[in-house]
Design a protein around this ligand. Structure first.
Ligand code: C5P
Length: 205
């Protein structure tokens, strides 16, 4: 079977950027699983309902993820919603959504349909969704380092972004434990290229 590489870690640990670059180097797609939780959070915002309520309305939605080596596009009932998934409104509700067992089952079913090989990032890709993955990584970095990396991606002050990261660390703790066989990489003192090199250095056929 084609290899699956999992890259998990907390918010703003750099996992999506690392997954994209590693995948490009290998010439295979990357997948950012958080986009699917973000899409369910967007459903809540569009319908103005709670995470509990959306869990019972998932049947109304057809959720698709189209991965390529360059980008991921997310379609909701055929409409491309990718550009609406990374903002503080979605950040604020996504953890509550991701806690619902029905939502996790719904997202995991979409992920398990995707054909390998790919590099996939998330919280529980190595521990739960793809336990058979050949290579597993878990990226960490201090909250302060993660906040300064995220500030340019959000139209918000450092303190706001740091508070949001600390809140989401707590809220996501349940599904964020590293897989027992994952390689832990502390990226606090590495730039993006350094992390990518470290990951590539651990891949052997
Ligand atoms: O990875 P990203 O920060 O975009 O994920 C957004 C949210 O989706 C996380 O804060 C978490 O609540 C949820 N998530 C998850 N499991 C994953 C990926 C994301 O619970 N595998």
């Amino acid at each position: 079977a084609a290899p699956i590489i999992t890259i998990d870690g907390p918010s703003a640990s750099g996992k999506t950027s690392v997954a994209r670059l590693v995948a490009q180097r290998l010439g295979i797609p990357y997948i950012s699983s958080g986009l699917l939780y973000r899409a369910v959070a967007l459903m809540c915002l569009l319908e103005n309902v709670t995470a509990e309520e959306i869990e019972h309305r998932l049947g109304k939605y057809r959720l698709e993820l189209h991965p390529t080596p360059e980008a991921n596009r997310v379609l909701l009932n055929g409409k491309d919603v990718t550009e609406s998934l990374h903002n503080l409104e979605v950040d604020a509700v996504v953890s509550a959504v991701a806690k619902r067992p029905g939502v996790r089952a719904y997202v995991n079913a979409v992920l398990r349909e995707l054909p390998g090989p790919f590099v996939i990032d998330g919280r529980d890709m190595g521990s739960t969704v793809f336990p058979e993955a050949k290579y597993k990584f878990y990226l960490t970095a201090s909250p302060e380092v993660r906040a300064s990396r995220r500030v340019p991606e959000r139209d918000a002050a450092y303190e706001t972004v740091l508070a949001e990261i600390l809140r989401r660390d707590q809220a996501d703790a349940t599904q964020s434990a590293p897989a027992k066989d994952a390689l832990l990489l502390d990226t606090s003192h590495l730039d993006l290229d350094g992390v990518v090199q470290a990951v590539l250095g651990h891949l052997t056929e």
